[in-house]
Design a protein. Structure first.
Length: 270
């Protein structure tokens, strides 16, 4: 059994029972009841005195922390029956109180992580039945708690359907290699991706909504129309983009391909 390759950091918790006594057939999604980073989630479960843990935590910084190896039974859901079967995930809120919201990007990361857990553990259909027989599990079914809170709790059907789309979608994507328009902050910032669309209009709508850009398969900005490599190269030569690392950073953050621009600069000034 492996851990998710999506993990950004590891802060191991001593609070677990060792090897689980059941195969992984469930995923229990919790909320942290607090707007905390992945590192903070890890540090919360580090002391033995805490007597609690999770397999994974997703911070409000959108990072994933591994606290207990997937193969081990975490102490998360107040139930030996559930925790032996479930990979447990603590998801950070975007703010405290109210309906205990989760940010959209953290929700997307959660969907990615659940999809990955399903794939690696042979869960072909990620079900949410509203009961213990489904794959997705709620803490409140096992203990007197409000976990996972009203907002995240209301998203379980959506999470299941998005995960299933991805589990099924991957097969069709590998069959038909249609061009996808990716909506990101910059091409190199893969994590900022809000979606990948076959339909350019849908990609543009998504870009407008989140203030992002649309890129083609090769990382070229399609929308909003960016400057040409030649224009950028001339601006660079005039000193408009700084030097060295600063130039690289600014061009990349603006969504441009630094290496293509630099190559053109070198050609011009030769
Ligand atoms: Zn919980």
């Amino acid at each position: 059994m492996t851990n998710s390759p999506l993990v950004n950091l590891r802060i191991y918790s001593p609070n677990h029972s060792g090897r689980r006594n059941q195969p992984i057939t469930k995923i229990a999604i919790h909320h942290t009841a607090g707007a905390v980073s992945a590192e903070t989630i890890g540090n919360i479960f580090k002391p033995r005195t805490r007597r609690a843990s999770c397999n994974y935590g997703i911070g409000n910084d959108n990072k994933i922390v591994l606290c207990v190896d997937e193969k081990n039974r975490s102490w998360c859901t107040s139930s030996s029956w559930c925790d032996n079967r479930a990979v447990t995930i603590e998801v950070a809120n975007s703010k405290n109180g109210g309906n205990w919201p989760i940010s959209d990007r953290v929700l997307t990361t959660l969907i990615d992580l659940v999809t990955d857990i399903c794939k690696r553990n042979g869960i072909k259909n990620c079900t949410y039945t509203g009961g213990k027989d489904g794959v997705l599990q709620k803490h409140e079914w096992y203990s007197n708690t409000n976990c996972p809170g009203p907002y995240l709790g209301s998203k379980f059907s959506y999470i299941a359907s998005e995960v299933n789309k991805r589990l099924r979608g991957n097969k069709s994507v590998s069959k038909s290699k249609g061009e996808l328009y990716r909506v990101r902050k910059s091409w190199s910032d893969v994590k900022s991706q809000k979606g990948a669309f076959k339909n350019l209009d849908n990609a543009k709508r998504c870009a407008d909504r989140f203030g992002l850009k649309v890129f083609d398969e090769n990382g070229k900005i399609i929308y909003p129309i960016g400057k040409t490599i030649d224009q950028l190269a001339r601006e660079v030569i005039r000193g408009g983009w700084g030097n060295g690392e600063e130039r690289k950073r600014r061009l990349t953050q603006a969504g441009y391909d630094y290496y293509a621009v630099q190559k053109r600069v070198n050609q011009i000034i030769q």
